[in-house]
Design a protein around this ligand. Sequence first.
Ligand SMILES: [Zn+2]
Length: 247
Amino acid sequence: MPLRETEAIVLRTYHLGEADKIVSLFTRQYGRLRAVATGAQRTRSRFGGVLEPLTYIRLWLFERENRDLLRMNSAELVESFFAIQGDFTVQLAAQYMAEAAERFLPEREVNERAFRLLLAALRGLKASGEVHRTLLYFDYWLLRLSGLLPELRWCAACGKPLNAQGASYDATPQGLFCCRRGKGKISAGGLGLTEKIRRLPLDAWLGSDEPRNAVFEARRLFEAWIASSAEGRLMTLEMLHEEAERE
Ligand SMILES: [Zn+2]
């Protein structure tokens, strides 16, 4: 492949030997992928320290014949989310979004709307410092933009509209039930939030005040579904739950 320009959010980096790094990226034009940044561990690298997790960059990629991994030619900073790192829970929330994107989204599958979602959620988190409502919005839309969000208005077993009784659900995204007992439960209040998130842009959603319990209930629902479809355990999600219990 010839040299290609794209924008990306750095999800994670790994050391490769003494001098290089493997960079896990969510790119706007090509989806999630990994690329080798040659010499990125050197102090005077041409990447100039922009390959940190949660950095929004512009980069140039190319593929060598008979090699699985892409190579990065160069990269420059577009936007940093470094300011997020002042607050532990906010930082953890940002790391969760990166981890969920990395383990949940299929490799090399273009999903420009999911890219814009991650970027908007990071910006929302940076501007508002509001962890719970930002994560709920991110989780709902990550499922939806991946085509994994089931119908939330009717019972998946009997087809009746879900009413004030709330609903139950299983750990995998098979829908909500009124007449069957599942592993988790969500109240009518929690369900009402999902309808609001579907309609509102993130800024408007973050500006609205919602009962904390309902936000938590809805988050547990979507996080269970994301975790069940993700590759491996979501370590940051477990840490977020421990944090929430301490609050
Ligand atoms: Zn039912």
